[in-house]
Ligand binder design. Sequence first.
Ligand code: 1CP
Length: 352
Amino acid sequence: MVSLKNSRYLQALLRQPVDRPPVWLMRQAGRYLPEYRALRAQAGDFMSLCRDPDLACEAALQPLRRFALDAAIIFSDILTIPDAMGLGLHFTAGAGPHFERPLRTIEAIRQLAIPDPESTLGYVMETVRRLRRALQGSVPVIGFAGSPWTLAAYMVEGRASRTFERIQRMLLEEPTALHLLLDKLADSVILYLNAQITAGAQAVMIFDSWGGVLSDQTYPSFSLNYIHKIVTGLVREQAQQRIPITLFTRGGGAWLEAQAAIGCEALGLDEWTSIAEARRRVGARVALQGNLSPARLYAPREELQQAVVQLLADYGSGPGHIVNLGHGIPPDVLPDQVQAFIEVLQQQPAGR
Ligand code: 1CP
């Protein structure tokens, strides 16, 4: 049995009582930290940083040195899988990710091989192992992957998009090709997350960042269905500990009941979903993570802290709340603002 000095995060995921709600922040490692920008400059570019387990481990530790966070997330990206599938991933400053060989035909989809995680993605597992060693049981390590739909969106578009024209057309015109791609991605994510769990990830999170661009008719079959397949295929216990799964569908507040029924322990909420309402709808079945608007981090200190107090009040008493933002920390937020956010949790009276 692995004993953690701070197991608030894992306990809250299992809806067990905790002294105060745990907190971690999406994109807690990243560009808003000057020491991260220095590390990326040292690595040369973002993917070189991800591929160097020493530097990636350091990037994951940086926010923990500054703030009283209750979990570490491995430093990597959701796009490592399409990269390992041979699409040729590049990150250009300011423009985000871009693939040299986007997927445009059913033949290309048929030819895609499912990556063997220990060989093509071995650097990620090495980062997990080093991070576990460096943390020495202080806080748990979160592993992660993108959802099949979100990965497919980048692979078909070839870059970041806000309109997703190509994949939306593929969904209508070539649904069989898209289902083949989604199924291969689900199998890839199962192998990848299970390898992260074997390497030492103590919880995993599935980022369905673009699930919200689907409709009420298409979300179940094109996104949730494949996330369900992943949840069913994951190793759920390691070293006598439950491995909790968090599902975050950004823009998915309309489908919380369906998300809560696939067997994950927690749902991540975006800032458009009321946490009080989410708790009424699904709080008896899953823990809830979120959901302060990232834009609140620009507010004056007092106002920001009041917003965190309000978030805690909106969730209400009782276990099962993991405090977080509704999406990642914007790159231009001042680290002091993040500190102000986290201080509120430390001031909470014990025994909620
Ligand atoms: O310039 C840089 O240094 C790169 C910025 C950056 C960072 C710090 C990218 C490029 N990815 C990451 C790390 C990252 N990405 C982490 C670990 C860090 C942490 O959380 O502490 C995680 C969990 C991700 C996950 C990720 N990547 C998601 C899902 C979460 C979300 O934000 O919705 C997505 C959609 C990506 C794709 C991606 N990678 C990077 C960017 C800028 C993007 C988004 C592109 C877009 O706008 O569509």
